[in-house]
Design a protein around this ligand. Structure first.
Ligand code: SF4
Length: 348
């Protein structure tokens, strides 16, 4: 069922005609009056209920393209809403002893989204993402409110309607993968290609999430993984739980990329890091880091640097990767001022 809502006084008949596609039933709200239509646009029910949060606003000034886009957004919301509701039911059942766990686990895993990127920065890669809605990211975003140097204050997830769908899909990923510890056999069924980014969005939520990711890596030996995280303690406990105790024991097909929470300041590497990843406030600070031995990312397409963070060397010394902060001019000036102040404090 697709959901729409009208502005006061808008032409209902025209909206019904525009949203009838011969395939999907839909509901249109005018205030608290909800009319339900079948796929042919025939009204089947009229009731008084509050508009659903997923109802897409229709406006009288929308042209044909805008109406088509509203229809696409409503369809995408319907898909993700169905998955969210099913996952919530399954997770509730999962916490009850004595239910058919295997069946529930299999269905929950089928709700985990594996994306393929046919364009953009990680073109050619699959990704298994978490979401900035997770507990860890929310804590970091809240902290960024008091510290302009925290990169989580520049998080660009969920900025537009299509990001909203990704946000909800990835929230579901994080919820499922941080709650249910899947077996290696189960995780081996995920279809991946030659390259996979872990957490293009979001972070590792907890130990269970880290264990699931590590099991995905081990069960896909022909895939090269780039595993990004700021929540290094969760990754560390996941590694310990999976029996990894030193660098020699780590799987060969993954590079661990420890992303710094502070703009311009490299994180202290952990024992399992292959690379640190630092976003620098301007071109001069990137150049300084590169002169000191960092690999330059600068937001290039990963294809152009031959997927360094997925397939680069596992050296004894952890290399930093330097990326230029993408932001507006005023934000850069503000962040640069905070960076210079902190640098000056360090040198006192
Ligand atoms: S350094 Fe290369 S592989 Fe790593 S994020 Fe940047 S472009 Fe991608």
């Amino acid at each position: 069922m697709l959901y729409f809502k009208l502005e006061n006084g808008q032409d209902l008949a025209a909206a019904v005609q525009a949203m009838t596609d011969g395939k999907k039933a839909f509901r249109i709200w005018e205030g608290d009056t909800a009319r339900t239509y079948d796929r042919r646009g025939l009204c089947t029910c009229c009731e008084n209920i509050q508009a659903d949060a997923d109802a897409v606003q229709l406006r009288p000034d929308m042209d044909a393209d805008a109406l088509r886009n509203a229809h696409r957004i409503a369809a995408a919301r319907e898909t993700v809403r169905t998955k969210e509701r099913r996952a919530a039911d399954l997770l509730a059942m999962y916490s009850h002893p004595g239910v058919m766990l295997d069946y529930i686990r299999r269905e929950l895993l089928s709700l985990v989204n594996v994306a393929y990127h046919s364009s953009g920065k990680i073109e050619g890669c699959h990704s298994v993402d978490g979401c900035a809605s997770c507990e860890f990211c929310q804590k970091m975003i809240a902290a960024a409110g008091h510290n302009p140097l925290m990169i989580c204050g520049s998080c660009y997830a969920a900025r537009d309607a299509w990001k909203e769908i990704a946000w909800r899909t990835h929230t579901l990923n994080a919820r499922i993968l941080s709650t249910v510890l899947f077996t290696a056999d189960e995780l081996a069924t995920l279809a991946l290609g030659a390259l996979c980014r872990i957490n293009e969005d979001g972070d590792t939520v907890n130990e269970i999430h880290a264990q699931n990711i590590l099991r995905i890596i081990v069960t896909h030996p022909h895939t090269h993984f780039g595993y990004w995280y700021k929540n290094a303690p969760a990754v560390a406990t996941g590694l310990a739980a999976e029996g990894y105790t030193d660098r020699a024991s780590l799987p060969d097909n993954v590079r661990f990329v420890h992303s710094s929470a502070l703009i311009g300041f490299r994180v202290q590497p952990c024992w399992f890091d292959d690379y640190t990843f630092t976003v620098y406030p301007d071109a001069a600070t990137v150049a300084e880091a590169v002169a000191a031995g960092a690999w330059e990312c600068n937001g290039r397409r990963c294809r152009e640097c031959k997927y360094h963070c997925y397939t680069g060397p596992r050296a004894a010394e952890v290399i930093d990767t330097a990326e230029l902060l993408r932001c507006s001019k005023p934000d850069r000036a503000r962040i640069l001022a905070a960076y210079n102040a902190r640098k000056a404090q360090q040198t006192v």
